[in-house]
Design a protein around this ligand. Structure first.
Ligand code: NDP
Length: 287
């Protein structure tokens, strides 16, 4: 079997076109959605992510604001910027690019963001609401994966989903979103014994560990849908995932490539969350 390649670039583009249309409607009502990004320090990877986010924000017709701050900024000063954005009606989404310098408490900063503008879906209020199935901003990467599964017609209900990785931004929310869609969910992590015995049972296998080509075709059940979240560099500096694509695609029924799978969906869902926030604000203001 050679698996279908799940095209995150095409699916992401399709969703961004839909977002663009809804942004036009809001703009006609005088409510242009706005996304503000706070970038602290000069981590090159963060700078690249932020640049891509800004580009996509402008492409769908939203306002993009970038606040660049030095790595030496105090926690209090940074919190001041967050408060200012919380009170700015032209801003519907606030994103603080992580990681932050060590002297700043990331959790404190995330908690300072108004939950109605927390378009990354990291605020404990949104995480809690998501877990009990209430409307919330969903963490962008797992939300994007759900969209990939839905738009490729992948059945989730009754399937065994195995998630490798349990981070707060990917693994944990991923499992919860699949559970809500009636999958039977197994979480694996670095202390899991005999990992392959679990991954081989997966109808849907989601790998988010940050280890180059760690899962191979031998670890995958014939016909599984494989979602590779990893973004790593191989020995030649080439971008690659946590799954060995070449061997895995021979076993999987469908698989995401890296790049071009999950990555484009993460930015897309950030825009979708910002749109949701803007639409709600626009209704509140009786536009
Ligand atoms: P974290 O480092 O926060 O978490 C990694 C998880 O993997 C942990 O739960 C860890 O277990 C688990 N793990 C590590 N080694 C093993 C192992 N040998 N066997 C089983 N589990 C293991 O990573 P993130 O979740 O933030 O990111 C994971 C990957 O996804 C990275 O490559 C990152 O770059 C990428 N990523 C991609 C995004 C995209 O848009 N495409 C977005 C976000 C992340 P434990 O908890 O026990 O330590």
């Amino acid at each position: 079997m050679t698996g279908t390649i799940i095209d995150g670039i095409a699916i992401g583009k399709e969703i961004r076109e839909e977002i663009k249309e809804r942004v036009t409607v809001l703009k006609d009502k005088g409510c242009q959605p706005g996304l503000a990004v706070i970038l602290v320090g000069d981590n090159q990877a963060s700078r690249t992510y932020v640049k891509n986010k800004q580009k996509s924000t402008l492409e769908v017709g939203m306002k993009s604001e970038l606040i660049e701050l030095p790595a030496t900024i105090t926690e209090e000063e940074l919190l001041g910027y967050v408060t200012k954005l919380n009170n700015d009606d032209s801003i519907n989404g606030i994103l603080v690019q992580l990681p932050l310098p060590e002297h700043i408490d990331e959790n404190l900063v995330i908690r300072a963001i108004d939950p109605t503008k927390d378009v990354d879906g990291f605020h404990p209020e949104n995480v809690g609401k998501m877990i009990i199935g209430q409307q919330a901003y969903l963490s962008c990467t797992p939300y994007g994966i759900i969209k990939l599964l839905e738009r490729t017609g992948t059945e989730i209900s009754g399937k065994h989903a195995v998630i490798v990785g349990r981070s707060n931004i990917v693994g944990k929310p991923m499992g919860q979103l699949l559970l809500q869609r009636d999958a039977t969910v197994t979480y694996c992590h670095s202390k899991t014994k005999d990992l392959a015995s679990f991954t081989k049972q997966a109808d849907i296998l989601i790998v988010a560990i940050g280890k180059t080509k760690f899962i191979t075709g031998d670890d995958i059940k014939e016909g599984a849908v494989v979602i590779d979240v990893g973004m790593n560099r191989d020995e030649n500096g080439k971008l690659c995932g946590d799954v060995d694509f070449t061997s895995a695609k021979e076993v999987a029924s469908a698989i995401t490539p890296v790049p071009g799978g999950v990555g484009p969906m993460t930015i897309t869902m950030l825009l979708k969350n910002t749109l949701q926030s803007a639409e709600q604000a626009c209704t509140r203001e009786n536009c």
